[in-house]
Design a protein around this ligand. Structure first.
Ligand SMILES: O=C(O)CCC(=O)C(=O)O
Ligand SMILES: [Fe+2]
Length: 271
């Protein structure tokens, strides 16, 4: 049967392709866990349905003007303020550029399939199992949970380590070219306070190209990665089609939300 591309006319839509991926199959979750551990990243192609992609793009691309754009923001790879005890060209202080637009959680329509997925207990149980943690929880603020990122022509994310222990993303639209996710698995051990200056510097100086891996994924893929220890970037998008990527953000504990100042930095507002 041909699926309608206007699912709202016919009620709720399918979001996750559960014919292809059985989220309750423990053997499958174990396999995903092993992939994540070995590679620092897991890609499940075609995880989200075409209907869902259609809906998300229809809900978000026409509202690109409402996104908060950070252009020419520079940061170090550790996403911390500079250390003025160290030289400007010390790897800790070296600046890279990130530019992107973001629709925050409270800008995602209440009927969006993104909310269905984000709130799904089944999806959460699956992720907790893959991540080998007890449970995952929503952010206790109005902006962090679901974010829709846009990269217009020439926009990119510079090399960085994430603050969060894990990331869950879903590509909705690829640009004409560029917008490639590159990463270096397990470049440091954040829990051991290891910043690995030499390793990071070698990547920034492009002296170790063979250590850099490309994560290939098409629209509809679910991507999970451990960005706290695996340094990563997204190369500049090229062309008039924006890259559209959804980030689902969770915490390992309930009740955690962003501070007012962090909201201002990342979302341009403190409400
Ligand atoms: O756009 C992506 O694929 C990755 C996003 C990312 O690394 C981040 O938001 O920290
Ligand atoms: Fe990241």
């Amino acid at each position: 049967m041909t699926q309608s591309l206007h699912p709202r006319d016919g009620g709720a839509i399918d979001t996750i392709d559960t014919d292809r991926y059985n989220l309750d199959d423990l053997e499958f979750s174990e396999w995903c866990r092993a992939q994540l551990e070995i590679n620092g990243a897991l890609v499940l192609p075609g995880f989200f349905t075409e209907q869902m992609i259609y809906e998300v793009l229809a809900d978000s691309v026409p509202r690109i003007d409402e996104a908060f754009f950070t252009t020419n923001v520079t940061h170090n790879v550790y996403l911390t303020p500079p250390d003025d005890q160290l030289a400007d060209d010390h790897v800790f202080n070296r600046q890279v550029i990130s530019t992107k637009g973001c629709l925050a959680h409270d800008q995602v329509p209440s009927a969006s399939p993104l909310r269905t997925v984000y709130e799904s207990d089944r999806f959460r149980r699956f992720m907790a199992h893959v991540l080998d943690i007890e449970s995952v929880h929503s952010y206790a603020d109005n902006v962090s949970g679901i974010n829709v990122h846009f990269h217009l022509d020439e926009q990119e994310l510079g090399w960085h380590f994430d603050n969060s222990a894990f990331a869950v993303t879903a590509l909705m639209q690829a640009p004409e070219s560029g917008g490639v996710f590159e990463y270096v698995p397990n470049l440091r051990d954040a829990d051991a306070n290891d910043l690995n200056f030499d390793g990071v510097e070698a990547v920034l100086d492009e002296t170790v190209p063979d250590r850099i891996r490309t994560l290939e994924f098409d629209p509809g893929a679910l991507v999970m990665f451990r960005g706290r220890n695996s340094m990563h970037r997204v190369t500049p998008s090229r062309g008039s089609i924006p890259r559209v990527l959804v980030v689902f953000a969770y915490n390992t504990e309930p009740g955690i939300g962003l501070s007012e100042s962090a909201k201002l930095t990342f979302y341009g507002r403190n409400e």
